[in-house]
Write a protein that binds this ligand. Sequence first.
Ligand code: G3H
Ligand code: 13P
Ligand code: ZN
Length: 312
Amino acid sequence: MALVTTTEMFKKAYDGGYAVGAFNVNNMEIIQGITEAAGELKAPVILQVSKGARAYANHTYLVKLVEAAVIENPEIPIALHLDHGDSFELCKSCIDGGFTSVMIDASSKPYEENIALTRKVVEYAHDHGVVVEAELGTLAGVEDEVSVDTDKAMYTHPEEVVDFATRTGCDSLAIAIGTSHGAYKFKPGTKPQLRFDVLEECAKQLPGFPIVLHGSSSVPQEFVAEINKYGGNMPGAIGIPEEQLRQAAASAVCKINIDSDIRLAMTAVIRKYFAEHPDHFDPRQYLKPARQAVKDMVAHKIVNVLGCNGKA
Ligand code: G3H
Ligand code: 13P
Ligand code: ZN
């Protein structure tokens, strides 16, 4: 199977009451870990590349690595998506350069500017057979290079979603219901609670329309404990409880974004490896278990959170 758009994936996910995992990729080991898990579990998967990932690894390297993963996993649909595109030029470059899906994130701009920029990207993308994710509302935490104060997080206004989706023509919509980016999503001691009322109202306004959740890492405490045990310092790292993500996956949410949990899984394993093997210096020695940790973590998400195993 060649790279696909998310259109078919999302239709099946919406109707089937599950979600597709969108995992951020930055290097070969991450791409291999994710796609090996998805391939073995016959799960559709979205590999997403941020502006920072593109700056780190180079557009062509990432596209070619993803193309290799497609060849190695011919039985599952794989989409290549731009995460948090912040300009028409960046989106255009990814559309022209082999991506099947782009996000234009103009959510920090005034409403009418968000609509105008999103519409411009949609017109170009659709002319080239590429789908577009847009965002309405502001997540707490750090969105790429934009820092958003937790107290100023702005939930999506359900009364705006029909106007926004209609006027932009976007194919999916990321909404803000209390998730946030990074490993420190909530103040320690507070009880994480997503606003399912906002999600339900948005879904009611847009029947059949795929909703996207960003900032959906769970920050597994076993990874945090391992990192701290082996020389790290991540006090108070907290994520979204898995049962709340499962509830979201069963609803109109068709795409769930996970990046921080990949970082934590790799960091925990590599820190442990270095502590236990101070004499080792071959990157293959520590990247191999790190790749396996990504694979195990993604397999866990597919089966226990997203519910998309066997849906390829
Ligand atoms: O939402 C942001 C993603 O976790 C990507 O992060 O910009 O550091 O690659 P990054
Ligand atoms: P996390 O930081 O919760 O993994 O979110 C990733 C994300 O939303 C990428 O767009
Ligand atoms: Zn995001």
